[in-house]
Design a protein around this ligand. Structure first.
Ligand code: PLP
Length: 461
């Protein structure tokens, strides 16, 4: 890291601990929690203030799809900042980047989408979903349809509506959540609920929980169902192939809107523009953020299907909703250049047919490690669990006890070997690397992970 000046790391870490309240952190421990300072990114690599180079197998926070250091995105942003740094999209005004990006998103999204509403983040997108679907049913003169069904362990953001749609009890406990009219059903986790069943059977069973909930609530009260195509922050839970088609059938049967939260799965992560295309369902609304700009600038949005837009257009009445930064011109040009790179470098095709399957092959092979079970994923999303003893099926594996600290040890050892992965409760490690990761970099990533796991195995013996 010769081009990075020597930084006073300890001093900066204390400054950070003194003044900076981090997201999802325990503030009682804040003086002890020394953060790693990331100072540079290039391609799939990041460097910290002490000169360590790491493969960022989490793509920032599931977002740096085209990798770090793209000069063409920086140039587009720089040019736009000088041309028009900001203008709003309220009150019948617009600007060229918003027009161009809306047009491009309509072009690359599934056929039912011809309109987009811009927001600043995934959470704002999901807040928009809640307001928009309720507005839609009011306009359809079915105002009883207010309830949105989501899933336990889903992650849909941190705003009041986002955290309510999410299914994390730790978030619900703070702030009196969920807000009224949001209910949760079980998640399609084969590990959690599939014992004694085939994966396909379990997929149908998990989808049937939606139908049961609709019947219990009365279809006339249900507005929408929302789900991540593949749950991300909940642990990279890939649903059985039978799940989404059955969810689609149920939503169609009861006339309920189907919402795909594509904040992680969108923009190539599963080898398609949107995850619903890879998993075979046809949503009425899509939330996106993160990968749309590869995280270079915050931007998100909601794609809205024609049947919703047509109703709102026919019935009229203002949708009283919007953000100062809806369609921010700097975010729009970053997104346009990011999408251009994804297209020009044929990245979706690589994730679908070349590097993605190779990544999955290496991930599945990790199961041979004495510590690892339940490894796998789809596209450039994956995860694996650490186990104390392995049985003949995933349901027979025996986890470590919390006091073994296995997950923390493994994460630290993998990091020391040069790869950033994310740790979940239950000793599960997650991966969501930049989509530009080459075969050679995939080999390097898994060699380093194996080194970290070998060391962990020795320590836990
Ligand atoms: N939805 C999903 C599926 C996410 O993974 C996230 C963030 O990780 C969000 C929504 C919230 O996005 P943001 O953090 O941009 O508000």
């Amino acid at each position: 890291m010769s081009n990075i000046e020597q930084l006073p790391t300890t001093k900066l870490q204390h400054q950070d601990a003194n003044a900076h309240l981090h997201p999802f952190a325990d503030y009682r421990l804040k003086q002890q929690q020394i953060s790693q300072i990331i100072v540079k990114g290039d391609g799939v690599y990041v460097w910290d203030s002490e000169g360590h180079c790491m493969i960022d197998a989490m793509a920032g926070l599931w977002c740096t799809n085209v990798g770090y250091g793209r000069k063409s995105i920086a140039d587009a942003v720089h040019k736009q900042m000088l041309q028009l740094s900001f203008y709003n999209t309220f009150f019948h005004t617009t600007h060229l980047p918003a027009i161009e990006l809306a047009t491009k998103l309509v072009e690359i999204s599934p056929a039912q989408f011809n309109h987009v509403f811009f927001v600043g983040s995934g959470s704002e997108g999901n807040d928009t979903i809640v307001r928009l679907v309720r507005h839609y049913w009011n306009q359809k003169e079915q105002p009883g349809r207010q309830i949105i069904i989501s899933r336990q362990n889903a992650y849909h953001g941190s705003t009041m509506a986002g955290a309510s749609l999410g299914g994390w009890p730790s978030m619900h406990k703070q702030g009196g959540l969920p807000i009224p009219g949001i209910v949760h059903i079980g998640q399609p986790s084969y590990l959690e609920g599939g014992q004694g069943k085939s994966v396909e059977e379990f997929g149908l069973e998990a989808a049937s929980w939606l139908e049961n909930k609709i019947r219990e609530l009365g279809p006339e009260n249900v507005a929408a169902f929302i789900g991540e195509p593949v749950q991300g922050a909940g642990g990279v839970i890939v649903p059985p192939s039978t799940y989404w088609p059955e969810i689609q059938r149920i939503c169609d049967k009861y006339g309920i809107l189907l919402v795909a939260d594509e904040v992680i799965c969108g923009f190539g992560r599963l080898g398609t523009w949107f995850g619903c295309e890879a998993l075979g369902f046809r949503p009425d609304l899509i939330t996106f953020a993160k990968g749309v700009t590869s995280g270079y600038v915050p931007l998100g949005g909601v794609l809205v299907a024609d049947r919703i837009v047509d109703t709102l257009a026919e019935t009229g009445g203002e949708f009283n909703h919007g953000f100062t930064y809806s369609g921010h011109p700097i975010g729009c040009v970053a997104a346009l250049e990011n999408i251009r790179i994804l297209e020009q470098e044929n990245i979706l095709n690589q994730v679908k047919n070349e590097t993605g399957p190779y990544f999955q092959q290496k991930l599945t092979a990790l199961n041979a490690h004495p510590l690892v079970g339940n490894s796998g994923g789809i596209g450039f999303l994956g995860g694996f669990n650490l186990y104390k003893h392995k049985g003949s099926t995933v349901h027979d594996h025996i986890p470590f006890s919390t006091s073994d600290n296995a997950g923390n040890l493994a994460r630290a050892n993998i990091l020391a070997s040069g790869v950033i992965v994310r740790l979940m409760p239950g000793d599960r490690l997650l991966m969501s690397p930049p989509l530009t990761l080459t075969r050679k970099e995939i080999d390097d990533t898994f060699n380093k992970i194996t080194q970290g796991l070998d060391k962990t195995y020795e320590q836990l013996k």
